[in-house]
Design a protein around this ligand. Structure first.
Ligand SMILES: C[S@@+](CC[C@H](N)C(=O)[O-])C[C@H]1O[C@@H](n2cnc3c(N)ncnc32)[C@H](O)[C@@H]1O
Length: 416
């Protein structure tokens, strides 16, 4: 943080992605690691740099797709909740031109800061500014048929109330970038709130963070269907304490029908960790675990299809590799994440938390490499998951995985 000549004494200059900008000091709003950042006059969380950086990468990857169809047409972005404006500033600097960015925030203090931040930087385009509740703002653009190629939604908590308006204000084949930070709701800790906010029975399981992603994707998908629109998830991330998804908005009956095939339920056995996905036909869903006979728990309706689009992820990897740490500060983590994302997309829904399973079996935790080799040698697929460092994805049954972990433990014990 640097000097703040002539400004409020709580404001100083911060840096992110090669840009300098004024922000309120986040340290003052942190309480022994427990962030009270929501109470900042204008929100800025340095930890969310990775959210902004992955957004730059994903929007640039989307831009290459979009240009194939729209050639030299201007890519139009609406940053509905811009706060300090750092996301819009970075996008303005980074994305290819012609480009138009509208930065909006309901908070007048944020608008003052965004203006100062634009003045501070020599940006290649002029950012337009709005100071409104983004719901009527999006409705205004929809009514004018002045639609956006990309709409960014980055609220405090749930994005649920913004989704309908965004779906209407984004053009055909346009993109939504949506953050959700209400993870206790999406991860099954607050089931009543999940029913109220997303109309979904949540599932607190050993793979709750993936279930949370699938609930958000379902919610966006079902919000598109009344408009004969549908979603195509391009990249879906469950990071630290929030979720970030990038979904393309498709139009037409065929796309909707394809979406409906990707909506269903997950059932899970809390006794043995067995899990399976089922379509919307609830009569097909078993009540007892086929593995151990215990009663099953269920979550849904939710998205049971792919979380990512293979070629989009590859495009994102190329974009990340093409940039320096000055522009994408968390480049290494993003590259690592995207490579795992690419692998995990091939594998069945849910993940196995190796630490938790070893704990239950009372065996020591083997290295991931050993587990991978054993699983592959038995003819099954293996991948890490970007969601949990100690978890794996595989098409092996839980029964088979437990047998492998016991076998490795026996070999290790007999050789020591
Ligand atoms: C989490 S912050 C956004 C952070 C920002 N995108 C970034 O990357 O630093 C949420 C912002 O949404 C704004 N906000 C909340 N409700 C809004 C609404 N209905 N319309 C527009 N802005 C809103 C708040 O003032 C706040 O600045």
């Amino acid at each position: 943080m640097g000097s703040n000549k002539g400004l409020d004494s709580n404001i100083s200059i911060a840096e992110e992605g090669g840009l300098r900008f004024y922000s309120y000091s986040s340290d003052e709003y942190s309480n022994g690691g427990k962030a009270l950042l929501k109470s900042m006059p204008v929100f800025y969380n340095p930890v969310q740099e990775i959210n902004r950086s992955i957004t730059l990468i994903a929007y640039r990857a989307f831009q290459t797709l979009w240009k194939l169809v729209n050639e030299e047409k201007t890519l139009k972005i609406l940053d509905t909740m811009a706060a300090s404006g750092i996301r819009s500033l970075r996008l303005a600097n980074y994305l290819e031109k012609p480009l138009s960015i509208t930065a909006n925030d309901i908070n007048p203090l944020a608008i003052g800061l965004i203006k100062k931040n634009i003045e501070l930087n020599n940006l290649p385009i002029k950012i337009q500014i709005e100071n409104q509740d983004c719901i009527p703002l999006m409705a205004h653009y929809t009514a004018k048929r002045d639609l956006f190629s990309i709409i960014d939604i980055d609220p405090f908590g749930t994005p649920n109330i913004f989704i309908q308006s965004a779906i209407r204000a984004v053009e055909k084949k346009g993109l939504l970038g949506v953050t959700a930070t209400d993870t206790p709701v999406l991860f099954g800790v607050r089931p009543d709130a999940c029913l109220r906010k997303y109309n979904v029975s949540s599932l607190r399981s050993t793979f709750s963070k993936e279930v949370g992603l699938r609930i958000l994707l379902y919610y966006i998908a079902k919000s598109t269907h009344p408009w004969m629109k549908a979603i195509k998830p391009l990249l879906s991330l469950s990071f630290d304490h929030y979720i970030r998804v990038f979904v393309q908005i498709e139009k037409g009956k065929e796309a909707v029908q394809l979406n409906l095939k990707n909506i269903g339920y997950i059932v899970w056995c809390s006794n043995c960790d067995w899990r399976e996905k089922f379509s919307l036909n609830i009569l097909e869903i078993p009540k007892k675990c086929p593995n151990c006979g215990c009663s099953l728990k269920f979550g849904g309706p939710l998205w049971i299809g792919d979380l990512h689009d293979e070629s989009f992820v590859l495009n994102c990897i190329n974009q990340a590799e093409a940039n320096s740490k000055d522009i994408i500060p968390s480049k290494s983590r993003i590259e690592r994440t995207l490579k795992i994302v690419r692998e995990e997309n091939q594998l069945p829904l849910g993940y196995y938390d190796i630490h938790k399973i070893c704990d239950i079996l009372q065996v020591s935790v083997p290295s991931m490499k050993t587990i991978e080799e054993k699983i592959i040698s038995k003819g099954f697929q293996f991948s890490r998951t970007h969601i949990e460092p100690h978890a794996i994805k595989s098409d092996i049954s839980i029964h088979g995985l437990k047998a492998i972990l016991k076998e490795i433990s026996l070999v290790n014990n007999s050789s020591t």
